[in-house]
Design a protein around this ligand. Structure first.
Ligand code: PMP
Length: 368
């Protein structure tokens, strides 16, 4: 069966191979006579799935040994509360605002700590990245929070800030939900990364937290036990029943990432090279088209989420209907921004972006 190219922002496209493998193992995982959904999380079968997934993720992202990998629930929205509960010690935290998701993070954190907004691109309608040197960082912040890829506005940090070089002693916390596993991470600059799984990793219901060991163990007394990073870490993410099936599917996706090849490149390097190619194809066409517009500054255009506008909103419905007929689905932009958005996560092949560009050309030619 050929499926349409799926540009959903999330829950998003998964590799065919992964879905086929999951389907073939649905009733009987590796001769166990059980679906992964039916297994005790404490049984040897699921423990082997869980350990393999963590080992593969550590390998893909080159996560240093002094970082814990936690498999949690609640999504990135819950982490907006869980991070300040665990890291703020009730003091002050710096937040950098670059789009809707970091606006939400800062708002939620105000319930648990003093929030200082160190920089914002609000005046540019979230289309720029405030220069790192301009950030007004506090002397006493418990952490500095950024959203390293703004899914709605399409603003990505292509290099993470080096907080020490900017004069801050605080650890950097990144909401990496919509670009985790799309590129390498410089862990020397990161204290904690969190990500909902439903973009590049698997189905919704699983939240990854990758945290430097020294940052855990200081949760506020009000922190629910299931959300206390120390308790979660000490129990191997099994203090409460973890989202076992999404954990398993994430593991299949990690193995898929490891199998990728692009020229001489393998694994995440191959994925990253392909992501660069895909994004360049789309942005180059949009810029040259004289019809479509992407408003994000060139130095921070997201490789994963590409919002774009047609010359007139009245054309949007016709564009989406024609796209669907051409086998290109879920292109509608977020309601707060309007227009279109193509999310081109890891499993989107180059051919999918080529098909999108070909359709956009035809549409422009007949509506220009
Ligand atoms: N942060 C970012 C960057 C996101 O893209 C999303 C989901 N689109 C969220 C947070 C919220 O995730 P969830 O709904 O899974 O909590």
């Amino acid at each position: 069966m050929t499926r349409p190219f799926n540009f959903s922002p999330g829950p998003a496209v998964l590799p065919d191979e992964v879905l086929q493998q999951a389907a073939s193992e649905m009733l009987d995982w590796h001769g166990s006579g059980m679906s992964v959904m039916e297994m005790s999380h404490r049984g040897k079968e699921f423990i082997s799935i869980a350990e393999q997934a963590e080992a593969d993720l550590r390998e893909i992202l080159a996560i240093p040994a002094n970082y814990k990998v936690l498999f949690m629930q609640g999504g990135a929205i819950a982490e907006n509360a869980i991070v300040p509960m665990n890291l703020s010690r009730g003091g002050r935290a710096d937040y950098v605002v670059t789009g809707s998701w970091s606006v939400k993070s800062a708002k939620e954190a105000r319930k648990y700590c003093e929030v200082h907004v160190s920089a914002t691109n609000e005046a540019d309608h979230h289309t720029t990245l405030p220069a790192y040197g301009s950030w007004k960082l506090s002397d006493n912040a418990a952490y500095v929070h950024v959203c390293s890829n703004e899914t709605i506005h399409g603003v990505e940090m292509h290099e993470l800030p080096d907080l020490a070089a900017l004069g801050s002693k605080a650890p950097l916390v990144i909401d990496a939900s919509s670009h985790i596993c799309s590129r390498t991470v410089d862990w020397s600059r990161v204290g904690l990364a969190y990500a909902g799984a439903q973009k590049n990793i698997g189905p919704s219901g699983l939240t990854l937290v990758i945290v430097r060991e020294d940052l855990i163990g200081h949760a506020l007394p009000i922190t629910p036990s299931a959300f206390d990073y120390k308790i979660v870490a000490d129990n191997g993410s099994m203090y409460n029943t973890p989202p076992t099936y999404p954990w398993y599917l994430a593991g299949l996706v990690f193995q898929w990432i490891k199998r990728q090849r692009e020229g001489d490149l393998t694994g995440l390097a191959a994925i990253e090279a392909r992501n660069i190619t895909k994004a360049k194809l789309l942005y180059d066409y949009i810029d040259a088209s004289g019809f479509y517009v992407n408003k994000v500054a060139a130095n921070c255009r997201s490789r994963m989420n590409v919002p774009f506008f047609l010359p007139k909103d009245e054309l949007n419905d016709a564009f989406l209907a024609g796209a669907k007929a051409a086998g290109l689905v879920q292109l509608k932009g977020h309601k707060s921004v309007g227009g279109m958005r193509a999310s081109i996560y890891n499993p989107m092949p180059v051919a999918g972006v080529q098909a999108l560009v070909a359709y956009m050309k035809d549409f422009a030619a007949s509506h220009g």
